[in-house]
Write a protein that binds this ligand. Sequence first.
Ligand code: ADP
Ligand code: MG
Length: 364
Amino acid sequence: MANVSLRGIEKSYGAFKVVRRMDLEIHDGEFLVLVGPSGCGKSTTLRMIAGLEDINQGQMLIGEKVVNGLPAKDRDIAMVFQNYALYPHMDVFQNMAFGLELRKFPKAEIKSRVEDAAKILSLGDLLKRRPKELSGGQRQRVALGRAIVRQPKVFLFDEPLSNLDAQLRVQMRAEISRLHAQLKTTMVYVTHDQVEAMTMGTRIVVMKGGDVQQVGAPLELYTKPANRFVAGFIGTPQMNFLEAAIEGSAEAPVLVAETLRLPLEGKSAAALAGLEEKRCTLGIRPSDLHVVGTPGAGSINFDAGVDMVEILGAVQIAHIRVGGQTMRAELPMRVPCKPGETIRLAAEPEAFHIFNATSGVAVA
Ligand code: ADP
Ligand code: MG
């Protein structure tokens, strides 16, 4: 068990900065998820923690010890990849035991560790099988087992579920969360999938283009996104964004986006002063929109034209037009909502997020 500290970590490939001045304290025993779009530097960050990638600048500490110069094999970490790379000619037991044999562990110790890991992962009946005789989920569990037997200080996962089908991914997600609850070892988990991040992380780090955008607990990122990027990345269907302008008097400013009018008297003058040229971006989640007269409807009302409706079973996603801009609303199935119709939508004033139109930074 150990904490991991990244202090001013930088990484470039030639002139191309892949990770920029990254500061991050990963607490002992936490499940930290690095999430962001493809190419934002997640794997590079993980590989620097693992010691598989040189660090250009800054300090990397594992358990208070600077490890910048320490080879991967001496860092006491175990990594699980998307491509689980099992040895095809070895059975499950041998695959899990191999790393310990290389490190010259006593036979009895290896046997007991592999059997313990097999029990945790329900692989006990499969120890004699070869990888080709296993399902995708079972193979991924063997890859997990190979990491568990090492009893590392830190587990690193790089998109370990990306090769599995959707149903299995949901199941393995729960298994890895259960594993963390049981082992209580520090885990750093990389994914591009915000649902994985939300459901598994104790804390989430959202990255974009080599920069950390926000660090926080899943609900914190969902309810208080620091900027437009995080707001759009976390949550599905995605948050709606509308271009808006501030109108009205200084005493009673109103945010206007097409036919939608949001009074701003609650907002501090300082926050509003941060908005350039009286323009801003208004954000609202599809699930915070309701049809007037239904439960949850709030005091902000506006008309919307329905373009298209996606029926998901429990809910329907209405693709709507508000003036010249488009949004989506997640509505209960029983609400009448047909393409070509106009519906009157409502939301609570608190459900709206306001972002600086230029920088994207959230206005408090
Ligand atoms: P992620 O895991 O978030 O998808 P990576 O950390 O793998 O992203 O990569 C970040 C950026 O660095 C990408 O633009 C990628 O193309 C680039 N990159 C990764 N590895 C190398 C390398 N060995 N040489 C040059 N560029 C690389
Ligand atoms: Mg990657």
